[in-house]
Design a protein around this ligand. Structure first.
Ligand code: HAM
Length: 425
């Protein structure tokens, strides 16, 4: 036997049990997003590499180390999208739906980052992302956060905590960057290898270091908050007011800087203690400069993305994993004549809105009953020689084993009565 081929490291198969859990999350997310007027957009998975360098930032970990980039057959440099914001802005500029307009959009799909795989961190992962354009005021930031809170509630999730920070404007951040650099230069001997590397290119990221040895240096660093411009400070204060009014608890984390360069003013993360090291379930913020930076006319914007793998991990698997697709009946076919008519009978039942799994591939009664049990169906529907002759069907309730014979003409009504349309069988 030749060696079986395995999946690419860090890229997971989603098996049906998991898919059903994901579908429940996706359905809740869709309902919540639509309730706030957000509309779905579908974007390419491949984009020109330059798009990400110009938006996420050429000196970020994502662009420097994690992108799946390659030259295609026409020599164009392309990248599997590591996130969705850049593509959404690109699409908005290209299709002309950003300038002087309010747009509320969402998307879902796979993203790719060549990170070191571990629990909660994968090379292909999935996001539900939200981007809103054309609103500069902090009521939008509040709406985004309230929408997340409503989704957690809809999914029955608690224990997620919200951290906020403001990164100010690009100008105020440049002033802070200089101040921070001055401080970090005095601490050079205490910086670890990663921080030394970041010192020149992206010193703000040093504040995000998880290395315990670095925490003292970080704690004594000048605070970004102290360098905020007045307008950003006001924006942040208003956001706090809105959240307090909405009863959403948050803490301000002045060290929250995010790994993508496009943010301005508000940034936020929802984290949990239940997922170990990869604890951020949802993250986002405002990016008022990005549309212009990518060649569009200035448009304020803000958004967030939820990590699907992490969110799904938080929602315990339902005890009955087949619940979502449990058929009303499993059709058992015994004998040649029954087999001939079985597929047609199943079609008639489905025409009436019933979910029917039909035995295929023959087998004796015992084997077919086992299949019926495994299907999760409420009833086994037996069609044998006698039933074909009498136009009847034997119906066995698989929960209590009670069996009765009825006319085929009564079957639809009976199944619909016992498990009405729309209800879980
Ligand atoms: P991000 O913080 O890079 O932001 O990713 C958002 C979320 O995606 C993370 O909080 C995490 O749950 C999930 N995630 C990221 N990388 C991985 C990975 N390797 N494996 C599993 N899950 C992962 C963004 O992507 C921004 N585009 C969010 C945004 C939208 N900001 C404004 N609009």
């Amino acid at each position: 036997m030749s060696k079986a081929i395995q999946a690419v490291r860090g890229m997971n198969d989603l098996l049906p049990d998991a898919v059903e859990r994901w579908q429940r999350i996706e359905a809740s997310a869709r309902d919540v997003l639509h309730a706030y007027g957000y509309r779905e957009i579908r974007l390419p998975i491949l984009e020109k590499s330059e798009l990400f360098a110009r938006s996420i930032g050429s000196e970020t970990d994502i662009v420097e180390k994690e992108m799946y980039s390659f030259e295609d057959r026409s020599g164009e440099n392309l990248t599997l999208r590591p996130e969705g914001t850049a593509g959404c802005v690109r699409a908005g500029i290209e299709n002309g739906f950003l300038h002087n307009q309010i747009q509320r959009l969402w998307y879902a799909g796979p993203m790719f980052r060549h990170e070191r795989p571990q629990k909660g961190r994968y090379r292909q992962f999935h996001q539900i992302g939200v981007e809103a354009f054309g609103i500069e005021s902090p009521d939008l930031d509040a709406e985004l956060i309230m929408m997340c809170a409503r989704l957690w509630q809809a999914l029955g999730l608690d224990g997620l905590t919200l951290q906020l920070n403001s990164l100010g404007t690009l100008e105020s951040r440049a002033v802070y960057r200089r101040e921070l650099l001055r401080y970090l230069e005095t601490q050079r001997a205490r910086l670890d290898e990663d921080s030394l590397r970041r010192l020149e290119k992206n010193p703000l990221r040093i504040l995000d270091s998880k290395n315990p040895d670095m925490q003292k240096v970080i704690a004594a660093a000048p605070s970004l908050y102290d360098h905020l411009d007045d307008a950003s400070r006001g924006h942040f204060a208003h956001l706090g007011d809105y959240l307090r009014q909405a009863g959403i608890a948050f803490s301000v984390n002045p060290r929250l800087v995010r790994g993508l360069d496009y943010y301005t003013r508000t940034v936020f993360e929802w984290t949990t203690e239940r997922l170990g090291a990869q604890s951020t379930v949802c993250a986002g913020g405002r990016y008022d400069g990005l549309v212009e930076q990518l060649g569009g006319k200035t448009a304020p914007a803000a958004g967030f993305a939820i990590g699907m793998e992490r969110l799904a991990e938080l929602l315990a698997p339902q005890s009955d994993s087949r619940q979502a697709v449990r058929p009303h009946g499993f059709l058992i076919l015994l004998g040649e004549e029954a087999e001939k008519r079985g597929l047609q009978l199943a079609e008639r039942l489905r025409d009436a809105g019933l979910h029917i799994e039909c035995n295929c591939g023959g087998g004796g009664l015992k084997v077919q009953l086992k299949r019926a049990d495994r299907s999760g169906a409420r009833h086994a529907l037996l069609l044998g020689e006698d039933e074909v002759r009498n136009a009847s069907i034997t119906i066995k309730d698989l929960r209590d084993g009670v069996q009765r014979s009825i006319a085929q003409g009564e079957l639809i009504d009976l199944l619909l009565k016992e498990t009405p349309r729309g209800a879980t069988p």
